[in-house]
Write a protein that binds this ligand. Structure first.
Ligand SMILES: N[C@@H](CCC(=O)N[C@@H](CS)C(=O)NCC(=O)O)C(=O)O
Length: 190
């Protein structure tokens, strides 16, 4: 969006997330936490939605106002958040890297990997038809949500189907993605 912002770098589950200051903003002690004036938001989808709805949109952003077009953007966001992130990627993380907390569960990990690929496969025709972004020639918050999941999946060694890999390659070449990744990589990648 080309907006000025300040990043306060935190590692998930680090002692900083338990500080009184951060716990007041984010009682679940999770990242990300977003603050704009009096507005505090703790869910990625809500944060992205607020940003595109609040600030003037540059020409390269797809943020439709009509109910049907808007719902199509949200449909991808909810898909990424629930089916890919919560139901698949976070299950893998919990029972693999965080197994000392959530328990070792190789069957759950393998089922979650399969589920991720099954969900992605079902959406592959739509991803293959991206031109070049999911909903138009312009970037939307749906692309940001999906690319975030594809990025995490590759870090978890999930091999993306070809059309998804092609789409993700395009997304990861965006300057904003490169810059954000550099910042994230300075911290542990949770
Ligand atoms: N549904 C939340 C998930 C947030 C989330 O799980 N964030 C991770 C880091 S990417 C975290 O803070 N994990 C720490 C924990 O689970 O305690 C969102 O999409 O913003």
């Amino acid at each position: 969006m080309g907006l000025p912002y300040e990043v306060v770098p935190f590692t998930a589950r680090s002692p900083e997330t338990a500080s009184p200051e951060f716990s007041t903003i984010s009682p679940r002690r999770k990242i990300p936490a977003f603050q704009h004036g009096d507005v505090v938001l703790l869910e990625t989808g809500a944060i992205l939605s607020y940003i595109v709805d609040t600030f003037p949109k540059p020409g390269h952003i797809h943020a439709p106002l009509g109910a049907a077009e808007r719902a199509k953007v949200l449909e991808w966001c909810f898909f990424a958040m629930t089916e890919l992130d919560a139901n698949s990627l976070y299950v893998i993380r919990k029972h693999k890297e965080l197994k000392h907390i959530f328990g070792d569960a190789p069957v759950a990990v393998s089922a979650a990997q399969n589920y991720f690929l099954q969900m992605l496969q079902a959406m592959l025709p739509r991803i293959a038809a991206a031109h070049p972004f999911l909903l138009s020639s312009k970037l939307s918050i749906a692309d940001i949500m999906l690319a975030g999941c594809l990025d995490w999946a590759t870090k978890l060694d999930i091999r993306l189907p070809e059309a998804a890999a092609r789409y993700f390659q395009l997304m990861r070449e965006r300057n904003a993605f490169v810059e954000a990744s550099k910042r994230n990589d300075l911290k542990s990648g949770e």
